[in-house]
Design a protein around this ligand. Structure first.
Ligand code: CP3
Length: 358
């Protein structure tokens, strides 16, 4: 294992870097023709994600095209509940669904942390991808937050208006807490196994945390992310393994998120990076937060918006700790050329030339 400290890891630890590192949520996906070809060859998204050779190839595809500072392992947040026996499937054009959603007390009482072997395909993918990657690029592992996974586990698919899970939250909070406890252990175990397999940084996707009310967010989402973060191995082979949390719509709670034990917060596009930074001070790094729709603009537009995002974070002289990313996942309608323009612009405009973007 290489002991190279990559630009991404330095930025997440708020150490000086020569440029702002950049990677993109969903950087491996349908906007790439080679991904569509690979998915067709695999026959289905799940077969692609569960076959280490295919999943490794999907992880590496964006790295071959673009000068990205990090790869994210190709998988899905729903593989953990799948390993817990809920039976993940994708109906045609329907999005993800579970064959056995948690609809009664017995099913909830039976819920267990899965055997580690049930996610072997994921850990093998992490190990293969790390071996194949350039040592200068970091490999990011990930998982869903316990709350976000519980939304799918209870609703049985995309949570829509959150009827079932919110009814459980207000009527039977102890049942929901049992789901969240077991899922926190499962998520922490998966993230630790990803670290042991070669993941150098971790991200927790709390996609639906922003659907919670103030008060409920702290008790049912952030509390369990803290539980997960507290269980994570902090180092691997002497290297710090930083963690990132991401609650889109979570800007009202940035102060509390900064105090969760995570090393970095990933922000949606509604946040102003400079204001977020004032709020959290020097306690955490920030990731984000270009609107993915900017990639539908022309080259001049993309460069201008990149510059604006870098300026919002502030000049390097005021401190490091910015990882450039989108505010949410890249749209399948994006052209790969726009992504190339974005990555080049981030590197060029952020390179420290006596505070060039001050
Ligand atoms: O490149 C990457 O970012 C790594 C891979 C990754 C996927 N899903 C692959 C995937 C990651 C990090 C995820 C996370 C994920 N999965 C989230 C959190 C996202 C966020 O930004 O908050 C959620 C909610 C899921 C659940 C999920 N998986 C949904 C809702 C869907 C359907 C999406 C769609 O557009 O059809 C998936 C499938 C999925 N996961 C795809 C990919 C590339 C599309 C599958 C395909 O059709 O090829």
């Amino acid at each position: 294992m290489s002991l190279h400290t990559t630009t991404l890891i330095k930025a997440l630890l708020r150490q000086p870097t020569a440029h702002t590192p950049v990677w993109l949520m969903r950087q491996a996906g349908r906007y790439l023709p080679e991904y569509r070809e690979l998915r067709a060859r695999a026959g289905s998204f799940l077969n692609l994600a569960k076959t280490p050779d295919y999943a490794t190839e999907a992880t590496l595809q964006p790295m071959r095209r673009f000068n990205l500072d990090a790869a994210i392992v190709f998988s899905d947040i729903l593989t953990v509940p799948d390993a817990m026996g809920l039976g993940l499937y994708f109906g045609t054009g329907e999005g993800p669904r579970f064959r056995h959603p948690l609809r009664d007390e017995q099913a909830i009482k039976r819920l267990r942390v899965p055997e580690p072997e049930s996610l072997d395909y994921l850990y093998q993918t992490v190990a293969q991808a790390r071996r194949a990657l350039d040592p200068k690029a970091a490999l990011i592992g990930f998982a869903g937050s316990p709350w976000t996974l519980a939304c799918y586990m209870v609703e049985g698919g995309p949570p829509g208006d959150f009827q079932l899970i919110k009814k459980m939250l207000y009527r039977r909070p102890e049942l929901l807490q049992r789901i969240l406890q077991v899922t926190s252990q499962a998520v922490a175990a998966s993230l630790n196994a990803q670290i042991e397999s070669g993941a150098q940084a971790l991200m927790i996707f709390d996609t639906w945390g922003g659907a919670l009310a103030d008060g409920a967010y702290q008790r049912f989402s952030l509390f369990y992310m803290r539980e997960v973060l507290a269980r994570l191995h902090k180092t691997h082979h002497g290297q710090r393994v930083p963690s990132i949390i991401y609650t889109p719509g979570g800007s009202p709670w940035l102060g509390e998120m900064a105090d969760s034990g995570a090393d970095a917060l990933s922000l949606d596009s509604a946040c102003n990076l400079g204001m977020a930074r004032q709020l959290v001070g020097h306690s955490v790094a920030l990731q984000g937060n270009l609107d993915p729709s900017v990639l539908l603009g022309d080259e001049a537009c993309i460069r201008r918006e990149v510059q604006r995002t870098l300026q919002a974070f502030g000049p390097p002289a005021a401190g490091f700790g910015h990882v450039f990313n989108l505010g949410q996942g890249i749209s399948p309608a994006t052209s790969p050329e726009a992504v190339a323009t974005l990555v080049e612009a981030v590197h060029e405009l952020s390179r420290v030339r006596g505070g060039a973007y001050a």
